[in-house]
Design a protein around this ligand. Sequence first.
Ligand code: UDX
Length: 448
Amino acid sequence: MHVSIFGTGYVGLVTGACLAEVGNDVVCVDIDSDKIDALNHGRVPIYEPGLTPIVASNREAGRLHFTTDAAEAVARAEIIFIAVGTPPDEDGSADLQYVLAVADTIGRHLQRPAVIVDKSTVPVGTADRVRAAIASALAERGVQIAFEVVANPEFLKEGAAVEDCMRPDRIVIGASSDDAVERLRRLYAPFNRSHDRIVTMDVRSAELTKYAANAMLATKISFMNEIANIAEKVGADVESVRQGIGSDPRIGRHFIYPGAGYGGSCFPKDVQALARTALHHGHTPVLLQAVEAVNERQKSHLFDLLVQHYCGIDTLRGKTFAVWGLAFKPDTDDMREAPSRRLLQQLQDAGARVRAYDPEAMDEMRRVFGERDDLLLCDSAEHALQGADALVLVTEWKQFRSPDFAALRDVLADAAIFDGRNVYAPEMVEEAGLAYYGIGRGRSVLAG
Ligand code: UDX
């Protein structure tokens, strides 16, 4: 099938590469000519496992093209994806200017009947606005061409995006005609083999499904962070509690890991946008507001533990902290809304120095924080430890999981570890002679 995709961010690029991989002829369009230029020279602008090889092989095979030429991309396609960003505007609502600009472009250049697929995360009712924008551009041209707008939200996770795209656990299609559903069924057939993963519904329900999924996951995390904070107060270990509740299949073991707060390009933005939608329709989203408030507080929790250990904020001045892990989660270089950013800011405000290391996010770090005297960007985890007083783990990359604790004790002047993801066994750390602080583990009292 001839497919064109607007937007070469995570969603657009991964979707384009995966659709080409199963034999479609795919054109990816972006207004950013530098990005298109880089992609045409084989440079993939994001770190995403497995993406670079399939971009390269499909480009070579002539099935995957990158262009800034929107007119050509629209004219040739029978299916057109909209996968551009929907960043939050000042009040937290999703900003639809990019989505609607693409809709206008489609209307200006459409030459043949097509299915237009909203893949961006968009508030309920956006498909109607996209349809209206295309219709009005067509009317201006004085032409009539049949088209349908379908909501087909993406559920891919950064770091596992290619895998999620090739082996989705569900494919949600919100459409108002059987014909559009049928066309998408054909497009997705290679990803829908062993059992039917396609869930069809009306357009608005599909739009809401995406927000509901992300809000539910964010709720699980904030709930566990709340329990962790209670555990800390009452002297319980949230890790035991997690295992105790996760074995109930109604609760499940996934996504109940307490930590330094959720970040990334989706949860913070989508929880806020859904709350705005609710308010806009006269419903106060009490639970969503709490989910966000808990997360905001959680992002300061590691710093609070440091203040607690050092018996006050003033003592942090002049201290040096090794920070391991900066990306918002492992296996990505994405620093958007990363909890590390809050911690680094708080340490800077307190007059502390930081030696930071992340396996993939150092370039992003440099872009976000620039050169600073109090922030040294290190080449390795070991390098970050040199001359540090204590270690703070913010992102649980595999390579940080089993350090030599005895060596850590020798190198860290204050012999203390602040484990923002509960990856270490407190007993092992304490046996090595280091103070251990986790999230909700009731140990900080013992260690302090
Ligand atoms: C998420 C959704 O998972 C995906 O379906 C959607 O399409 C986009 O948003 P992503 O933003 O890539 O994907 O990240 P995800 O792996 O879901 O993690 C989000 C955040 O939650 C991370 O900061 C992570 O550290 C945190 N998290 C996750 C926890 O704190 N505890 C958990 O148990 C799970």
